[in-house]
Ligand binder design. Structure first.
Ligand SMILES: Nc1ncnc2c1ncn2[C@@H]1O[C@H](COP(=O)(O)OP(=O)(O)O)[C@@H](O)[C@H]1O
Ligand SMILES: [Mg+2]
Length: 288
């Protein structure tokens, strides 16, 4: 497959700057800090995974980057511009499906362009191109309920990509899929990213998923989420399933587990506070 972006689908990765962001939620006596002094500089086209236990504020951070809530402290910028509301330049993909059940797959994907007033022929052409790219050529006239979970997630990705986002914000997008489908979706995402070079911030609590996908992994502490460590993941690309059993991969995984268990700066194990970390049960098994 060619690494070139198909015409009409190319996007350019944006530069995300998160500077000492603190986020508070709740009101009055119930107000609490969810994230504490989180900083990140994501270079254009970089693939970054945020890895942390349940409840540490990962979704909250993505929500702030999507423009749905404002930090109490610090700043969030895309290409130098402060983020102050939702914008299709920052595309969000969740675990839950957000497709319109009454629209066909094609109309779901083309919807973003319809909202922009793009003529039908052009938006359908772009939607078809994207559906082909995510492996759903031939399913244009189906309805979401007629598709498997993995296929619906492909449609979700296509409908976000049609807006030519500079940033993809992905919140455990494959969390509800079975192991094999999940592995396929990870490879599909890497393939799309290689072609488009959209900057990606991908949230997960699965260590294998983070290390398989990312250029860089930010490990967050339990609430309030702080960056415990940033790991560079230098495995060569394209990456294949056999990487998951490579000794260097396993060593890096061990390091992640230590950081998550020990919260980076303490010797007190905090595993009891962590929800599933993506052990063998949630990790696709491959032959080496
Ligand atoms: N709107 C809200 N009001 C009050 N608390 C919230 C709200 N949204 C999330 N929380 C709490 O904030 C913490 C962080 O949530 P979240 O960002 O969803 O964590 P994660 O995605 O890492 O699992 C959790 O303890 C959650 O219960
Ligand atoms: Mg979450």
């Amino acid at each position: 497959m060619s690494a070139a972006a198909p015409q009409g689908v190319a996007a350019h990765g944006g530069h995300i700057a998160i500077e000492r962001v603190g986020i508070e939620l709740g009101t009055g006596d119930n107000r609490f800090e969810v994230l504490h002094e989180v900083s990140l500089d994501a270079t254009p086209g970089e693939f970054i995974c945020l890895l942390g236990p349940s409840g540490c504020g990962k979704s909250t951070l993505l929500g702030a980057l999507a423009g749905h809530l404002k930090p109490a402290r610090g700043s969030l910028r895309l290409d130098g511009q402060p983020i102050d509301g939702p914008d299709p330049q920052r595309g969000l993909v969740f675990q839950q499906h957000t497709l319109f059940p009454w629209k066909t797959v094609l109309d779901n994907v083309a919807y973003g362009l319809k909202m922009k007033g793009v003529p039908r022929a052009q938006r359908e052409h772009e939607a078809r191109t994207l559906l082909e790219l995510v492996g759903l050529a031939g399913f244009e006239r189906r309805y979401p309920r007629e598709l498997s979970g993995g296929m619906q997630q492909r449609v979700e990705i296509a409908r976000v990509l049609i807006n030519h986002p500079r940033v993809l914000l992905m919140d455990e997008p494959f969390g509800a899929l079975d192991a094999l489908t999940r592995a396929h979706m990870q490879e599909l995402l890497l393939d799309l990213w290689t072609r488009m070079r959209t900057t990606i911030l991908f949230v997960t609590h699965d260590i294998d998923e983070a290390l398989f996908l990312a250029d860089r992994v930010l490990i967050l502490s339990p609430r309030p989420g702080r960056v415990v460590e940033e790991l560079r993941v230098r495995f060569e690309r394209p990456r294949h399933a056999r990487l998951l059993t490579h000794p260097d991969f396993v060593a890096l995984k061990r390091r992640c587990l230590q950081l998550l268990r020990h919260d980076g700066d303490s010797d007190t194990p905090t595993l009891g506070r962590l929800s599933p970390l993506g052990g063998p049960a949630s990790v696709p098994r491959y032959a080496a």
